[in-house]
Design a protein around this ligand. Structure first.
Ligand SMILES: Nc1nc2c(c(=O)[nH]1)N[C@H]1C(S)=C(S)[C@@H](COP(=O)(O)O)O[C@H]1N2
Ligand SMILES: [Mo]
Length: 203
């Protein structure tokens, strides 16, 4: 039996609540070097400028808090994380995209990336989180800043984020190129790329 029965109704199909709060990622945890760290906004910006924020500049952007559940495609869901950080919309305001931009590529250390539709990026709950449960992120959770897109599978919630690229045409990110779904809505169980083709599925 789940500890909190009402959480069951918040579980997307095929997900379960594990013990504890697992940490999961591909590859090693990068070091943070505040002197050389930059957050680059590039691609199709409205004015053509592609600013690189220092850590001091980036962390001075407006802040907000988001309470949300977190759904990994490997089927565990963490209920009720409290993230704090910079809303995606603050970046869209600071560096407006060109009119034709429909997608955003989020870039991290070591070249990890995830693509988002602008409609998923431009949401009240999409966040560049610096804090989890009132404490700065730990290194393995993405310190100093990670993306949180709670309404999509968690591989889109890029840790150790270093920039965003405005795209006029969609491109697939790290896991989207390796067989995972381009959109990744857990409520529709959009786990794998074969589900993108209507009528396609495993035998
Ligand atoms: N940079 C980076 N971000 C990443 C990953 C990764 O391998 N590298 N893994 C993703 C996956 S698959 C998941 S489930 C979540 C896990 O976040 P957590 O460790 O805070 O639970 O981070 C996501 N963000
Ligand atoms: Mo994941």
């Amino acid at each position: 039996m789940p500890e909190f029965p009402e959480e069951e109704s918040r579980l997307p199909p095929g997900q379960y609540i594990p013990r504890g709060r697992p940490v999961i990622h591909y590859g090693r945890v990068p070091a943070f070097r505040p002197q050389t760290w930059r957050f680059q906004v590039f691609g199709a910006t409205a004015g053509g400028q592609t600013p690189a924020y220092t850590w001091e500049e980036f962390s001075a952007l407006p802040r907000t808090t988001v309470m949300a559940d977190f759904h990994c495609v490997t089927k565990f869901s963490i209920m009720g994380y409290e993230w704090a950080g910079i809303p995606a919309r603050a970046l869209l305001e600071a560096v407006p995209p060109a009119p034709g931009v429909r997608h955003v590529m989020v870039w991290a250390e070591y070249g990890y990336s995830a693509n988002l539709r602008m409609s998923d990026f431009d949401r009240e709950t999409t966040l560049f989180a610096t804090d989890l449960d009132d404490k700065p992120l730990t290194p393995e959770r993405g310190f100093p800043v990670r993306v949180v897109v709670p309404h999509l599978y968690a591989w889109k919630s890029v840790k150790w984020v270093r920039g965003i690229e405005y795209l006029t045409e969609d491109r697939r990110g790290f896991w989207e190129e390796r067989g995972y779904h381009n959109i990744a809505d857990p409520w529709r169980e959009q786990r794998y790329s074969y589900q993108e083709d209507p009528g396609e599925g495993p035998p």
